[in-house]
Ligand binder design. Structure first.
Ligand code: PBG
Length: 324
């Protein structure tokens, strides 16, 4: 049956009808909010490249955790800015560093808030690569031990979930083993499984001071042209013990999110990255686009594609809109 019997506009006629037939509902419970924790005290410095986000010292994250609870945002993802960097990234497993300190602060303030920590060396190495560099190359196997140390350090501080974002082969299994051997069988792993070598990380690298000094990340992050390879990455991470898998960035990779959801039964996160956020902020500031409407449309599209969890710098603003 077609027109004139069928008229798809019928169910679009009123707000109420549209609500009833709406297939995708965003919820504050979908969001994870990224936080940048720095060395120091009483710091809450605006991040230039990420309008509305802050560099927080560990003593300031408690208040942030309270705000998450007030807004109903279930989890945060922590990134660290250490005071010092070296070739190995040894600040990454320093129990007195900003991230472990922040984990403890959050757990003291809001024990129910899910604390996820980013596990990657790029913020801690002086060369800015996500792994150890040997003879001008990022050495996969030499990096695994260091990532495991970092993950263990975060678990010991009380993190609920560790999230390796380095893209070394075998790291999920390696981290799982290290956690289990040390009694952290309940610490979950959210793997940045299909992480692309993307230009959309620019504002984050400025915020985290983690841009590679030499070269790029193309020998470990994925080629934007590939999606079969994403399926292989995800399959391997699940086999190695990933509890949650991730596609990153989100908006330019909705097809990958969709393929993953169709194929795997594991909870799927999508990272609505810094460049996606900054583009909208910049366009809205120029008066070119309606910020709130475009934000909700972006987030809805990520959920519609199949993401169960959306990591986004918009979390607070979207939560505030959803609770109206
Ligand atoms: C660290 C890491 C990056 C992001 C998350 N973890 C940067 C990168 O890989 O260069 C990007 C997040 C964002 O852009 O919002 N490896």
């Amino acid at each position: 049956m077609g027109y004139p019997e069928t008229r798809l506009r019928r169910l679009r006629a009123s707000e109420g009808l549209r609500k009833l037939v709406s297939q995708t509902r965003l919820s504050t419970a979908d969001f994870i909010y990224p936080l940048f924790v720095c060395e120091g005290e009483r710091l809450r410095n605006p991040i230039k490249s990420l309008d509305g986000c802050f560099h927080l010292s560990a003593d300031m994250v408690g208040a942030e955790a309270d705000e998450m609870a007030r807004l109903g945002i279930p989890g945060v993802l922590l990134f660290g800015l250490p005071a010092k960097k070296d070739s190995q990234g040894s600040g990454a497993w320093d129990a007195t560093g900003p991230v472990p300190q922040a984990v403890q602060q959050i757990k003291r303030h809001q024990p129910g808030l899910v604390v996820i920590t980013d596990v990657c060396l790029c913020e801690y190495t002086d060369h800015g690569h996500c792994g150890v560099v040997k003879d001008g190359k990022v050495d996969n196997d030499a990096t695994l031990n260091l990532l495991a140390r970092m993950a263990l350090c975060h678990a010991q501080a009380g993190a609920d979930v560790v999230a390796p974002s380095d893209m070394m082969d075998g790291r999920v299994g390696f981290i799982r083993k290290a956690l289990d051997e040390n009694g952290f069988t309940d610490t979950a792993i959210m793997a940045y499984s299909a992480k692309y070598a993307s230009a959309f990380y620019g504002p984050f690298r400025e915020a985290a001071d983690s841009a590679p000094a030499l070269g790029d990340r193309k020998t470990y992050q994925m080629d934007p042209a590939n999606s079969d390879e994403a399926m292989r990455e995800i399959q391997l991470d699940i086999a190695e013990g990933a509890d949650i898998v991730m596609v990153k960035p989100a908006l330019p990779y909705l097809d990958v999110i969709h393929r993953t959801k169709e194929r795997f039964d594991v909870p799927l996160a999508a990272y609505n990255v810094s460049g996606e956020y900054a583009m909208l902020k910049a366009a809205a500031e120029k008066g070119l686009i309606d910020h709130d409407k475009a934000m909700m449309e972006m987030l809805t599209s990520i959920k519609r594609a199949g993401a169960n969890i959306i990591i986004t710098y918009f979390a607070k603003e979207a939560a505030a809109l959803l609770s109206r």
